[in-house]
Design a protein around this ligand. Structure first.
Ligand code: NDP
Length: 497
């Protein structure tokens, strides 16, 4: 922790140190504590960010509380117009946002350009449109009309992780704002820059002060008091299962609404009758995109025995030929992991895999990148075979470029292996049999199941996990419902029963 903010050295986008955005103003934290923001590809400090405390949270919640009456009384079309204006500004600036995202996360610039920032723009546009299409319900009964209306909750909190920073930040705040709430958002302390730049766009778009407030800091000192604040009516959280559980416990006595999008240990079930080339190509992406740091990434591959040897060989060849290096280079497929601490954690699972009897057939080591990235946190994509299903490496979320491959003999065994962890977020099934695809999709306990594909998204589709992967659903109408109260009003022609 440092006492003075430091401006950016290598990130021309955050030319000043990152500040909080409260009540429409850019302000330092009340207690003048600052954290270092490190570029994981170079190991160097990018800038500093506020180490906010409960006093800053109080200020942010108060600003949101003051803004709520006016914002919630605007028409849906007016709120949608603000979101569209912000989306247009983001589109104008998408190249500098992509660069900032890459510098914060270490992910390839090609990925920030093609996925992170375009999806953030789509999130804003989608909910700007969705809110104008969302009608109230009317039920006609004998002698009565029952109307269901959905007013906003008030002040809500949105807490997002580091792996898809602006993508998940906007995925939460867009439906919250569209439905008429005022938001206090906390991005991850590891990836604050695009949320900071986004708050500048909100000011440029003329978003009324206090409607969106962005408070930076750690989970414990900033996130925890935000969740507990008595005026915060809902917590929309994406992150690890342990953090989600502690948030649910912390807010249990205040009966806030809670939406939890948590960890995963996602299986791919690959039958011998599938298009093996396509399965390998897509599984390469589903395993190692964003260095395996997407909650939807595949981490346990179960391959039917007749295909097992060929599949392992093909995937291994392709994984070994991925280019690991400077995220700013166009030729790079794999950038840096989010931090040195996270890289050490992922490495500890590779060591554990060996202790548990596994064989590392691809990767397993750090990569020394030369030049400006020589102090970066890079790891080779890693494939482990020979691990029992109950091993810790097959049970615990690693959240890095590490997958295990295990053979199976029957469909029942495959589905049972897919279901053998505490998680249930996303699964893929590869087969040319329509009937088998249907059976497996029903048998596998997972909030999302892709047949012969991965990460094909439609923003109307409910998104979220079963078991320890979460509580509630985001996306489409589920998100609009989460951020609103349900009020049913009866108009009766006959007062007597
Ligand atoms: P964390 O749970 O560590 O953190 C997520 C966010 O919560 C961060 O902003 C963090 O702040 C904050 N936070 C930490 N502790 C608290 C607390 N006690 N109270 C309130 N907020 C807190 O997750 P990661 O950032 O490490 O993200 C990786 C995890 O997220 C993986 O488990 C992954 O599976 C999951 N994830 C799930 C997704 C889904 O849709 N299901 C999508 C993407 C990721 P800070 O970073 O500053 O500590």
């Amino acid at each position: 922790m440092v006492e003075e903010p430091r401006p950016s050295k290598d990130n021309m986008e955050a030319s000043s140190a990152i500040t909080n955005y409260l009540g429409g103003e850019f302000v330092s934290p009340r207690h003048r504590g600052f954290l270092s923001n490190i570029n994981p590809a170079t190991g160097e400090e990018i800038t500093t960010l506020p180490a906010s405390t409960s006093d800053d949270i109080d200020d942010a919640v108060e600003a949101a509380h003051q803004a709520f009456p006016q914002w919630s009384s605007l028409g849906k079309e007016e709120r949608a117009a603000y979101l569209t204006r912000i989306a247009n500004l983001l589109e104008r600036d998408q190249e500098r946002f992509a660069l900032a995202e890459t510098i914060d996360t270490g992910k390839p610039l090609t990925l920030s350009r093609s996925v992170d920032i375009p999806r953030a723009i789509s999130n804003l546009r989608f909910f700007a449109s969705a809110i104008t299409q969302w009608g109230s319900e009317l039920y006609e009964g004998p002698g009565a009309l029952h109307a269901t209306v959905r007013p906003p909750l008030g002040v809500v909190s949105c807490i997002s992780p580091w792996n898809l920073p602006l993508y998940l930040f906007t995925w939460k705040i867009a439906p919250a704002l569209a439905t008429g709430n005022c938001v206090v958002a906390k991005p991850s302390e590891l990836t604050p820059t695009t949320a900071f730049l986004f708050s500048k766009l909100c000011q440029e778009a003329g978003l009324p002060p206090g409607v969106l407030n962005v408070v930076h800091g750690t989970g414990i000192s900033t996130g925890a008091p935000l969740c507990k604040h008595p005026k915060v009516r809902a917590v929309s959280f994406t992150g690890g299962t342990a953090t989600g559980t502690s948030i649910a416990t912390a807010v249990a006595d205040s009966l806030k609404k809670v939406s939890l999008e948590l960890g995963g240990k996602n299986p791919a079930v690959i039958f011998a009758d599938c298009d093996a080339e396509q399965a390998v190509a897509t599984t390469l992406r589903s395993s190692f995109s964003n260095q395996g740091q997407i909650c939807l990434c595949t981490s346990r591959l179960y391959v039917e025995r007749p295909l097992f040897g060929r599949f392992v060989e093909l995937l291994s060849q392709r994984a070994s030929s991925l280019v690991i290096g400077d995220p700013l280079e166009a030729s790079t497929h794999q950038g840096a992991l989010i931090s040195e601490a996270h890289l050490s954690k992922v490495e500890s699972y590779i060591s554990l895999g060996k202790e548990e009897g596994g064989e590392v057939i691809t990767g397993g080591q750090r990569v020394q990148v030369s030049g400006r990235c020589e102090r970066g946190s890079f790891l080779r994509p890693t494939i482990i075979v020979g691990l029992p299903p109950e091993s810790r490496v097959n049970q615990e979320e690693i959240f890095g470029p590490v997958v295990t491959i295990t053979p199976f003999d029957t469909e029942e065994e495959a589905c049972s292996l897919a279901n053998s962890t505490r998680y249930g977020l996303a699964a893929t099934v590869w087969t040319n049999s329509y009937e088998r695809a249907h059976r497996c999709a029903r048998a596998i306990d997972s909030g999302l199941i892709w047949i012969n594909s991965w990460m094909v998204r439609d923003l109307r589709v409910p998104f979220g996990g079963m078991k320890d992967s979460g509580l509630g659903r985001e996306g489409g109408i589920d998100a609009l419902r989460f951020f609103t109260e349900t009020k049913s009003i009866c108009f009766s022609a006959n007062e007597s029963f």
